[in-house]
Design a protein around this ligand. Structure first.
Ligand code: 8YV
Length: 329
C-alpha cells in the first residue's frame, strides 16, 4: 500500500497506544498508519490536522478508544482491538456513532486457560515460593518445605462462563474438580451447576476463578462480601480483569488471613501491583501474561490485521463484538 508521505490524504489508519512491535511495524509499512501522539499538545494538534482522515483505529485492551477520541475522529468507522477484552473502548459511544468494534476472540482461549490452571496449581502448591526457597539456600538449612494444598478434586467456582471460563473448566474437569459458576445468565446446556449470586457461588467452593469480561457491568463483582464467603480456606484466581475484583478488599483479606491465597495475572492499575502482596508466599503475581506466547500473540496479530483488511476493503469486520448480554469472554 502507500508509504508514509506519498499519499498523505489517504492515510486513514491510526494506531492508538502501544502495540506488539511487529504489528505496529506492519501498520506503518503496509498501511501508512499514523501513530497517535501521547503528549496532550501534540495529540491535539495531530487530531486537528488529521482527525477527519481517520477511518480505522487499531488499539489494544491496554489503551482503547474513548468517546472523546471518537469525537475527534468524525469519520471513524471501526475500532480494531488487539485482545479479547475491549473494556477500555467505549462500545456504547461507538454503537451510537455507528462505529464497529472488533476484538480477537478464540485464538487466545487455550493459552489463557493454560495460564489459569498453572496459576491455580502454583498458588495452591507454592511452586514459585518453593523455587525461591531452594534458590535462597533454605532447603539444607530449614529442611522440608511446609505442606501445601491439593488441587485435584477441589470445588471450583467460575465468575463468568464464556469461552475462556469453559476452557478452564474443561481442563479442571480432567483434574476431578467439581465445577460451578455464576454468570449474568444461566448458560444453556451447561453441565455445571449454577449459582444465583457470586456470594452463593463463593460459599460453596474452594477456589474462585474470575473469567468474566471487564468494564462497568462487572466492576467490583468480587466484593468484600464475596471474599468473606470464600473464606480463610479459599483461593482466588484472576486471569480476567483487575476491575472485576475489589482489590483493596482482596489485599486486606490476603494480609489478614481472610483468604488462603490468590493467583493474579491482572490488577486494577497495571503495571502497578500493591506492595503489600510482595511479601506473601501464598500469592502468585504475574505481569498480565495470560495470552503471552509466541503462537497466540501471532494469531492475535493475524486476526487484528484480518479485521483491518476486511474493514478497509468491504466495510465489514471479521470478529465484531456485541454488547454482551452475558459478561463473560
Ligand atoms: C492482551 C488481554 O495482553 O486479550 C486480552 O483481553 O488481556 C491480553 O490478551 C491485551 O489485551 C493486550 O493489550
Amino acid at each position: 500500500m502507500s508509504s508514509p508521505g506519498h499519499h498523505q490524504q489517504h492515510r486513514s489508519v491510526l494506531q492508538v497506544g502501544p502495540l506488539k512491535p511487529s504489528l505496529s511495524r506492519t501498520l506503518v509499512d503496509d498501511y501508512a498508519a499514523w501513530v497517535l501522539p501521547e503528549a496532550t499538545a501534540e495529540r491535539d494538534a495531530f487530531l486537528t490536522a488529521n482527525g477527519a482522515d481517520i477511518t480505522a483505529a487499531v488499539t489494544s485492551g491496554r489503551t482503547g478508544v474513548d468517546a472523546d477520541l471518537m469525537d475527534a475522529l468524525p469519520n471513524l468507522g471501526a475500532v480494531i482491538n488487539f485482545g479479547v477484552g475491549y473494556d477500555t473502548t467505549d462500545v456504547e459511544a461507538a454503537e451510537a456513532r455507528g462505529v464497529g468494534v472488533s476484538n480477537t476472540p478464540d485464538v487466545l482461549t487455550d493459552c489463557v486457560a493454560d495460564t489459569a490452571v498453572g496459576l491455580m496449581i502454583d498458588t495452591m502448591r507454592h511452586f514459585s515460593a518453593s523455587d525461591r526457597y531452594v534458590r535462597a539456600g533454605r532447603w539444607p538449612v530449614d529442611g522440608n518445605y511446609p505442606l501445601t494444598r491439593q488441587v485435584s478434586n477441589t470445588r471450583v467456582g467460575f465468575i463468568g462462563l464464556g469461552r475462556i471460563g469453559k476452557a478452564i473448566a474443561q481442563r479442571l474437569t480432567a483434574f476431578g474438580c467439581t465445577i460451578s459458576y455464576h454468570n449474568r445468565n444461566r448458560v444453556a446446556d451447561s453441565p455445571y451447576s449454577y449459582a444465583a449470586s457470586p456470594v452463593e457461588l463463593a460459599h460453596g467452593v474452594d477456589v474462585l476463578v474470575v473469567a468474566a469480561a471487564g468494564g462497568d457491568g462487572t466492576r467490583g463483582l468480587v466484593s468484600r462480601e464475596v471474599l468473606d464467603a470464600l473464606g480463610p480456606q479459599g483461593y482466588l484466581i484472576n486471569i480476567a480483569r483487575g476491575s472485576v475484583v475489589d482489590q483493596d478488599a482482596l489485599v486486606e483479606a490476603l494480609v489478614n488471613g481472610g483468604l488462603a491465597g490468590a493467583g493474579l495475572d491482572v490488577f486494577t492499575d497495571e503495571p502497578e501491583v500493591p506492595d503489600e502482596l510482595f511479601a506473601l508466599d501464598n500469592v502468585v503475581l504475574l505481569p498480565h501474561v495470560g495470552s503471552g506466547t509466541v503462537e497466540t500473540r501471532a494469531a492475535m496479530e493475524a486476526l487484528t490485521l484480518r479485521n483491518l483488511d476486511s474493514f478497509l476493503t468491504t466495510g465489514e469486520l471479521v470478529t465484531p463484538v456485541r454488547q454482551p448480554s452475558v459478561p463473560a469472554n
